[in-house]
Ligand binder design. Structure first.
Ligand code: B12
Length: 217
C-alpha cells in the first residue's frame, strides 16, 4: 500500500501550514495502512525540508515557519503514540532533550518517539535543557546515554559543557553522548567531545544501539 501512496497532498499541507488538512490526510493514511515511518519521512519531514529551503531562499519568513511547524506538531500528536508502541525488554536508558537557549523541538520529538518505539527507556526533558539538568537526570535514572539536540549553531557548545560536567562527576566512562539536529554533522563528534552523531531518527536508533554495545562489552 505505502509504495503506491501519493504523499504530495500531505507535503503540500505542511508547506502551506494547513494543520487541519494535514491531520485529516494523516488520519486517512493511517486507516489505509500506510506505515507511520513512511508518513513521517516521505510526507512530513519532506514537507518541512521544502519549508526550510523556502526560508533559506527568503521566500518564507518566521511566521511561515511557525505555521508549518504547528501543522507538523498537530500531526505528530497522532503519530507519536504509534511510533512509541514497543514491547519487550528495554535496550537501555536515554536522557534526551534540546540544549539550553533553544526551543525548536520537532526533530527532538520525532527522535524521542522513535527511540521509545525501538525499545529504549527515554526520559524526555523537553527543550532549553541546561547541561546540569542533563547530568542530574542521568545520575537520577542511571542513564546509559545522554542524547542532545541542537538545531542552532550557537548552542552546540553546550555538548562540550555536558561532556565536561560528566567528567567532573566521574561519570563519563558510563554515560555515552549522542547528538543531532540541524546545526550538527559528523564532524561535531570530534569538535565537541561527544561519542556519536545521528543524522535522523532512524540513525539515532542505530547509533544508540552501537553505544549501548560499547558500554556492555
Ligand atoms: C521550524 C523551524 C523553526 C520553528 C520551530 C518550531 C518548533 N516548535 O520546534 C520556529 C519558527 C519557532 C523557529 C524559531 C527559530 N529558528 Co528555526 N528553524 C525551523 C526549521 C525551518 C525547521 C526545523 C524542523 O522542525 N525541521 C524538521 C525536523 C524533523 O528536522 P530536524 O530538526 O533537522 O530533526 C531531524 C534531525 O536533525 C535529527 N535530530 C534532531 N534532533 C536530534 C537529536 C538527537 C539526539 C539526534 C541523534 C538526532 C536529532 O532527527 C530529526 C528527525 O529526522 C529550521 C531549518 C532546518 N534546516 O532545520 C530552522 C532553523 C533551525 N532555525 C533557525 C533559527 C536561526 C531560528 C531563530 C533564531 C529565528 C529567529 N530569528 O527568531 C528562532 C530560534 C528560537 C529558539 N530560541 O529556539 C536556523 C538555525 C541557524 C543556525 N545555524 O544556528 C535554522 C537552521 C534556519 C536557517 N537556515 O537559518 N524555527
Amino acid at each position: 500500500m505505502s509504495q503506491s501512496y501519493d504523499y504530495n497532498e500531505l507535503i503540500q499541507a505542511i508547506v502551506d501550514g494547513e494543520g487541519e488538512d494535514a491531520v485529516e490526510i494523516v488520519e486517512k493514511a493511517i486507516k489505509e495502512n500506510v506505515g507511520v515511518h513512511d508518513i513521517l519521512e516521505k510526507g512530513l519531514v519532506r514537507g518541512m525540508k521544502i519549508v526550510s529551503d523556502k526560508y533559506d531562499a527568503k521566500e518564507y519568513f518566521i511566521p511561515d515557519l511557525a505555521a508549518a511547524a504547528q501543522a507538523m506538531q498537530d500531526t505528530l500528536e497522532i503519530i507519536t503514540p504509534l511510533l512509541k508502541q514497543a514491547g519487550g525488554e528495554k535496550k537501555g536508558v536515554i536522557v534526551l532533550g534540546v540544549v539550553k537557549a533553544c526551543s525548536q523541538e520537532i526533530g527532538k520529538n520525532i527522535v524521542s518517539a522513535t527511540l521509545s518505539g525501538a525499545g529504549f527507556d527515554v526520559f524526555d526533558l523537553g527543550v532549553n535543557v541546561s547541561p546540569k539538568t542533563f547530568v542530574d537526570k542521568a545520575k537520577e535514572v542511571n542513564a546509559d546515554i545522554i542524547a542532545m539536540g541542537s538545531p542552532m549553531m550557537q548552542t552546540v557548545k553546550y555538548f562540550t559543557e555536558v561532556d565536561k560536567l560528566l567528567k567532573d562527576e566521574n561519570m563519563r566512562d558510563r554515560v555515552k553522548l549522542l547528538v543531532g539536529g540541524a546545526s550538527t554533522n559528523p564532524k561535531t563528534v570530534e569538535a565537541t567531545g561527544v561519542d556519536a552523531w545521528g543524522k535522523d531518527a532512524r540513525d539515532a536508533v542505530l547509533k544508540a544501539e552501537e553505544l549501548i554495545k560499547q558500554l556492555r562489552k
